[in-house]
Design a protein around this ligand. Sequence first.
Ligand code: NAP
Ligand code: MG
Length: 504
Amino acid sequence: MTAVAPDTTHHTALHQRVRDFISADRPMLIGGEWVSSASGRTFETIDPATARPITSVAHGDATDIDRAVRAARQAFDDGPWTRMKPNERERLLWRVGDILTERAEEFGQLEALDNGKAATIAAAVDTQWSADIFRYNAGLATKITGSTVDVSMPFVPGGEFHAYTLREPVGVCGLIVPWNFPLLMASFKLAPALAAGNTVILKPAEQTPLTALLLGEVFHEAGFPPGVVNIVTGYGEAGAALAAHDDVDKIAFTGSTEVGKKIVDAAKGNLKKVSLELGGKSPNIVFADADFEKAVAGSVAAWMFNHGQCCVAGTRLFVERPIFDDFTAAVAEAASQAKIGPGLDPSTELGPLVSQEQFDRVSGYLSAGLADGARALTGGKRWGDEGFFIEPTVFVDVEPSFSIVQEEIFGPVVAAMPFDADTGVAAAANDSIYGLAAGIWTTDLSKAHRTARQIKAGSVWVNQYNGFDTAMPFGGYKQSGWGRELGSSAIELYTQTKAVNISL
Ligand code: NAP
Ligand code: MG
């Protein structure tokens, strides 16, 4: 394994367990064993606040994916897992939730180090919400039911029947997650997949493999049988091998729409089930009658939370014309006040982007916006001279055709556009290939409900943004995806229905 010289300049406040965790190269989890990649290769994971390595992880490829799939298949077909009662799965999942809660600070720090987000947020939001999702799905494990059906069977006159449906796990599930909410996106998928009795192979993003590996330790500690949860770290090729594998029954993917389409292609071979949470370019709509202060604060959070690296980010800000200038000025002022710094600094509000690649990508959009003729009310360039920091940027004077209006930027950048009451806003808001989320700010109840119906998006939040809840289904219209995660509907993604009809 490659020796790295981790940068420790801002590691002094790290939890001892986090320091221990990053002090050695991290293997991956296959069949209950912590193993190196078959090739023996490793890759470095980078601290985006300094652009220096944190530690190295196993570089899994198609061979390792195949090993993991075989372990998951064996655990599904022969292991104790599929013979366990639902209440035993419930207890195991609940235990994962409790361990996450107990170790939230540790998970938060490791996530901050690997991803760049604020450690306090990573502990309070990413980790505690993940814990909540495990507990919610623990509860669902004992509530997965089929139904009895009173069949007519007209071609069998006089027959008597007992017909019912069973809801069964799909089997071996491949879970591919991105780097923006590494632990949380893994939890969105792991918790319902396991509640329903599947076995899984998790492929974290190459930029942020560490909390997935720490979570692997939690599954072990909670008492999951070997092979039920396998974790293979690696690059896109490992994800591609998982999506194409003939013995994988289902792929659940969160990431870019571009890769989502590749997943669909790769899944064709054995027609495995596919669910997708993809990109977005969400409209955030502010009517002139909105509570101004509340709408400003909420609209800033809508595009700046997680440094804009949110699939639901409200990056198209539509403001009713009479308040447009005042509102965008207030948004720019609030954004410019954000305290920028490394995620491990407790006062940080805006951390670095996750990688050099994302930094270059977002910088490219800033240049494109300015070249197209947009005006930056604030921001528009890099912050500092180290790490992958970008100033929060508010663009006005934009046209719907600009790339900064059409394309997912995944950085702290918003494009603001005025609209008029008489022409309405729905057509402009729906002018996107995406349909993930939307925000609406108004004090008029009828307007709120009417607009919520007009918007083509999987989630609509009124007088708030990021109004997520574990019990609410989440997913996309249009090219934002297939299927709904969270809520009880997540179980549908990881079960299939069997119809049994018995002639008495
Ligand atoms: P991405 O390529 O879609 O990555 C998501 C996951 O898919 C990662 O685990 C990735 O592995 C894996 N992957 C890559 N190529 C694959 C393939 N051919 N088959 C199967 N899995 C594959 O996203 P990204 O490149 O990190 O980010 C690019 C853009 O995607 C962002 O700028 C943003 O616009 C969008 N994005 C959206 C979301 C979202 O939540 N909707 C999340 C992240 C990114 P590697 O990490 O090893 O490549
Ligand atoms: Mg990638």
